[in-house]
Design a protein. Structure first.
Length: 301
């Protein structure tokens, strides 16, 4: 039996835990390697469908009394008002030309062709002006009604007059010279986010419109009453009266278009979620974007 050999043991001294501060691990910085590259087209993503208006889906109906609806209807009303202003200028020129021909007829006979052309211009411009007035009035009234409803929803209080009372104040002679200005003053007060207990104060533009509107109504009544006079001088003065009434109508159309644009602009920024943004047309006074000096590998040109 062999004797046991002594075991060889190596003693290793190690520091206790916490004797030295542990080195902090630094996070690895991942470098950009360009856009992802797939060996095959990925199966995830948006469906391959063309963009559609929300109302193109069956069962969906867009609310008429919305900010976007007010914007579209206001744009249509402005276009009709600018067209009415142009036609009214043409009508005023036709009346002035007729008055010049009447003055020239005192010194001799006029050419039948010139007289026929003048009559055709007066009749055609008058007919188109009447149609333009009716169309512009209907579009503007629809815009006012829709804007009043949207403004009442946004500011939390409604107008003092209902739609029926406002329409009745437009057709009653005499009252229609005051009520429309009051209705627009209340509408301007609402879209400007002023408190309900404050008295509406019309702006300078609205006061100009109110003056043109009242003057146009008074001139219309005077022109109708003047037409019952049958003397030669009264007929000649009636031609100038018609021309002056057409020029006042130009002022009504222009100021109405400006009031519609201003009111719509004041109403639009309050509810950006209901406005359908199409695309950016132009960016003004913006700094130049920084250009990329080095193109990363794998990025498209």
């Amino acid at each position: 039996m062999q004797p046991l050999q002594p075991m060889r043991v190596d003693w290793v001294a190690t520091p206790p835990p916490g004797a030295y501060p542990q080195p902090q691990s630094r996070p690895q910085r991942l470098s950009y390697g360009g856009p992802p590259n797939y060996p095959v087209p990925p199966r995830w993503g948006f469906p391959l469908l063309a963009w559609r208006w929300p109302t193109a889906v069956p069962g969906t109906v867009e609310r008429a009394d919305s900010v976007d609806g007010v914007r579209r209807l206001g744009k249509t009303a402005q276009n009709s008002l600018w067209l009415l202003a142009a036609v009214a200028v043409w009508a005023a020129f036709s009346e002035v030309w007729r008055y010049v021909l009447v003055a020239m007829s005192r010194f001799g006979a006029l050419s039948p062709g010139v007289v026929s052309a003048s009559d055709a211009m007066v009749v055609s411009s008058s007919a188109i002006t009447i149609c333009g007035c009716v169309l512009s009035l209907v579009l503007t009234l629809l815009w006012v009604r829709r804007t009043r409803n949207v403004a009442a929803t946004l500011v939390g209080y409604g107008p003092s007059r209902s739609d029926g009372e406002a329409l009745l104040g437009l057709v009653v002679p005499g009252v229609n010279l005051v009520v429309p200005g009051s209705v627009l003053a209340e509408l301007e007060h609402a879209v400007a986010r002023r408190p309900a207990d404050e008295r509406p104060r019309p702006s300078k533009l609205l006061r100009w419109w109110w003056g043109f509107w009242a003057g146009s109504g008074l001139l219309f009544a005077i022109t109708v009453l003047w037409s019952f006079r049958d003397s030669t001088q009264a007929l000649a003065d009636g031609v100038l009266l018609h021309a002056f009434a057409d020029l006042v109508l130009v002022g009504v159309a222009v100021t109405t278009a400006l009031v519609v644009r201003r009111t719509t602009t004041l109403l639009l920024p309050v509810d950006s979620a209901s406005v359908r943004l199409m695309r950016v047309v132009e960016v003004k006074d913006a700094p130049e974007p920084p250009l990329r000096s080095v193109r990363a590998s794998g990025s498209p040109r």
